[in-house]
Design a protein around this ligand. Structure first.
Ligand code: ARG
Length: 458
């Protein structure tokens, strides 16, 4: 019925019930209640301070809003679909409770700048949490790196044995990725952290409001500089989902590795039982559900990014109701990213590393062939010639079902006269790893340097 609507004045017919349901956002935007109330309190205080509404009304409003906040938190607030969204649910209840004064709250404000404010306030807090979870994950990766500092494993390209590396070095690769994800989140925070309130519906307001005072109350360092832009862009949310998509891509790659590493063929790691499930038919099974689900959930977050980009792509300025579709993808992204990070941090911390299988695999697949080539280069051969000679020695090993370590000096010398006794020491897995002594390389001392840097917050 048009009468109970806050905008009912120009309507003579009631809203169709299904239209009401279809257009309402209360089911999902009720999670903005805290931000909505916080924003309204700041707005009301500003209105009073500017003499736009009487101070006694401000007091009633603030008191009424605090009561509503308590009611919502106690689960005693009836959200109504016919009041469409969180903004009107709260405002209507306020007027019901305190009468006339409540009806003055919306002076100099529109739901358009109100919703933009609520989302920014909400996202600001959530980014802080995402960053905290990222720090937890980085910490558990560093812990694993420290605990297993000298464990060797095969490094892969094309998922084929490439060169031996330290497991700790592999963990640090992810640390670097998550550090960049953290930096992206912190950077996004700066653009979220701007006050849009005061833009009104689209053009500003005729009342002598003080936007800076509102910003100060709500801890925004700056205010937006164009009213149309303030109410019509959601680029800050897109930016968050985009940074989240990259973050999930990293988690998904790591998931994929953990899944491969826990197969019986690899047996590089054991995920703790708490992060796996069994099979209802195959008694031997211990399935890596958690990394599989995180890999799967990456798809949702990419989907959310596409959804919001597509919602926004052809909207004329300023606000359009299409934009109500921003919330579900945003909220879903926040929930998914936080959940994935939390579960990953715990899972990594509890993961057990199978030193023996990793070590065995590290030396297989001719993983030290590059070291042999580098050896010949040190003896004076051009790298391309060395590459050719070692290629032949690998072919010889393949034909004779041997590993490089098993070749005798006489056999080595079939491929180059430059080989002498010191070849054996040059191609152990340990020697191979420690020879990669460059900044960012896998040599133990370099890995220790990087762990130290990370621990110092660099
Ligand atoms: N529920 C709306 C949304 O989320 C609030 C803004 C409504 N503004 C409007 N002019 N209908 O976008």
């Amino acid at each position: 019925m048009s009468q109970d609507k806050l905008w009912g004045g120009r309507f003579t017919q009631p809203t169709d019930t299904f239209v009401e349901e279809f257009t309402a956002s209360i089911d999902f935007d009720k999670r903005l209640y805290h931000q909505d109330i916080r924003g309204s309190v700041a707005h009301a205080r500003m209105l009073g301070r500017q003499g736009i509404i009487p101070q006694e009304d401000v007091d009633k409003i603030v008191h009424g809003l605090v009561g509503i906040l308590q009611q919502i938190e106690a689960g005693q607030f009836d959200f109504s679909i016919s009041l469409e969204d969180i903004h009107m649910n709260i405002e209507a209840r306020l007027s019901q409770k305190i009468g006339e004064a409540g009806k003055r709250l919306h002076t100099g404000r529109s739901r358009n700048d109100q919703v933009a404010l609520d989302i920014r306030l909400y996202l600001r807090d959530e980014i802080v949490e995402v960053v905290a979870y990222l720090e937890m994950l980085i910490d558990s990766l560093l812990e694993q790196a420290e605990k297993n500092i000298e464990v060797v494993m095969p490094g892969f390209t094309h998922l084929q044995s490439a060169q031996p590396i330290l497991f700790s070095h592999h963990m640090l690769a992810y640390v670097e990725m998550f550090k960049r994800d953290k930096a992206r989140m912190e950077d996004c925070f700066k653009r979220v952290n701007v006050l849009p309130l005061g833009a009104g519906a689209l053009a500003g307001t005729t009342f002598p409001i003080d936007r800076e005072y509102v910003a100060e109350q709500l801890d925004f360092p700056t205010v937006t500089r164009n009213s149309l832009d303030s109410v019509s862009d959601r680029d800050f949310a897109i930016e968050f989902i985009s940074a989240s998509s990259i973050l999930m891509m990293h988690l998904s790659r790591m998931s994929e590795e953990l899944i491969i590493w826990s197969t019986s063929a690899f047996r590089f790691v054991d995920l703790s039982d708490g992060f796996c499930t069994g099979s209802s038919i195959m008694p031997q099974k211990k399935n890596p559900d958690v990394p599989e689900l995180v890999r799967g959930k990456t798809g949702r977050v990419y989907g959310n990014l596409m959804a919001l980009l597509t919602v926004m792509k052809a909207l004329p300025l300023a606000y359009n109701k299409d934009m109500q579709e921003d919330k579900e993808p945003l909220f879903d992204t926040i929930d998914t990213v936080k959940g994935s990070l939390k579960i990953f941090a715990d899972m990594i911390r509890e993961m057990r590393v199978n030193v023996a299988s990793m070590g065995r695999a590290a030396g297989q697949g001719f993983s030290t062939a590059t070291d042999v080539a580098d050896y010949l280069v040190r003896k004076g051969l051009p790298f391309r010639d060395a590459h050719e000679a070692v290629g032949k020695s690998v072919a010889y090993c393949v034909e004779n079902e041997m590993e490089l370590e098993e070749l005798s000096l006489a056999e080595w010398q079939l491929f180059s006269p430059h080989f002498s006794d010191d070849i054996f020491a040059a191609i152990t897995v340990q020697a191979s790893v420690n020879a990669r002594n460059v900044i960012g390389g896998t040599a133990r001392s370099r890995v220790e340097d990087e762990i130290r840097r990370c621990r110092e917050g660099k």
